[in-house]
Write a protein that binds this ligand. Sequence first.
Ligand code: GLP
Length: 255
Amino acid sequence: MKVLIFDTAEAAAQRCAAHLLDRVRENPCAVLGLATGGTMLPVYDRVATTYLAERVSFSQVTTFNLDEYVGLASKHVCSYHSYMRVALFDRIDIDLGKTHIPKGDAVDLAAEARAYEQQITASGGIDLQLLGIGQNGHIGFNEPTSSLASRTRVIVLTEETRHANRIYFTKHADTPRRAITMGIGTILAAKACLVLGTGEGKSDAIAAMIEGPLSARCPASALQMHPAVTVIVDRAAAAGLKLGDDYQRVHPNGA
Ligand code: GLP
């Protein structure tokens, strides 16, 4: 893994946005895997402002989001469909017909999961998968003990994850209990992965992902098996790394 450590969360998010934008400049038809969560908001903000300033066109880009809550219609204000519209899609020239997010209100969720995998395959596969990380080490919504070979499917969320996402809902009881998510096997099939982790709350998960044993206990540790992973963290999220000084020597100031 290439580990880049930045002094601030803002600098880390900026670097993450620059990485994403560079891939689109290189390949205007890129297939991007996108993530949600609070960590990604400054990234998408930076992407949108750069789009305005430099007209980096997204019109040919295809996207696949990692996940969606089960039971929420696309128009629900707390759905990841709404998140993506507000945070990014409505701010750039992307063709909404080329964006994909699993349908959390599909009548047949197993069929929706199968169709999602087929759509990813038909697109030629994901060129760059953007990833946040949960405090328990989840990527997408692949909670601890998810199979490291899992594909898109419905998963029951842990109470820890429901509590972490509670801030986006009016009350805990409204926080969804299930999600439909790309599997870890789906994520590992991407040609490259870009992980962003910021804040002290992520330091244990980041350390387990990079330096811990390969284990379903920390689903993100599966990324150790992927040949092209870049991890971008701020100092707070890097605090648990035993070899942090080494990473900084190899890539001083994120270079
Ligand atoms: C959420 C999402 C993940 C995200 C993670 C961290 O539940 N399903 O894709 O990476 O948890 O979220 P945040 O950035 O808000 O901490």
